[in-house]
Design a protein. Sequence first.
Length: 157
Amino acid sequence: MFSRLLRAASALALIHCGGPQTVSAPLAPAPDAEAPAPASSSAAPSPEIALDEKSADKTIEVRAGQQIVLTLVTNPTTGYDWTVISAPPALGEATTAIAPPESDLAGAPTKRTFIWTLEGPLGPGEHLLELGYRRSFEKGVAPIKSFRVTLKAAAGA
């Protein structure tokens, strides 16, 4: 759990310090993590898949052990925020973090980051990861925006 929080804090530091909208640099491994295995002659997949609004409605191939880092613009001061509507069980619970607003003005937007680590095989077929942008206190009201991406196990995964 601590290592997930450390990774979320690293992602927020990149976002807040003027980094790209998506976190594209590998997050630092937890201090208690094992050293990575030496690279083989074939190109290994990136341990992290960085997603943002531009990734919506795409199909993404994933492998066990990869992290999915999703960063979306939000404005929680209006009551609206992103929530997970559906996710494949292999993703488990997301670690979430929110960056400080880039402005001191009331109602300034910010970024929410969700981090999942694919703990095991995804399974055959396609799997929907869906989030909704809504007010938590408005029960039974559809989200005003949604984010969807289709996940599928990479060949040979």
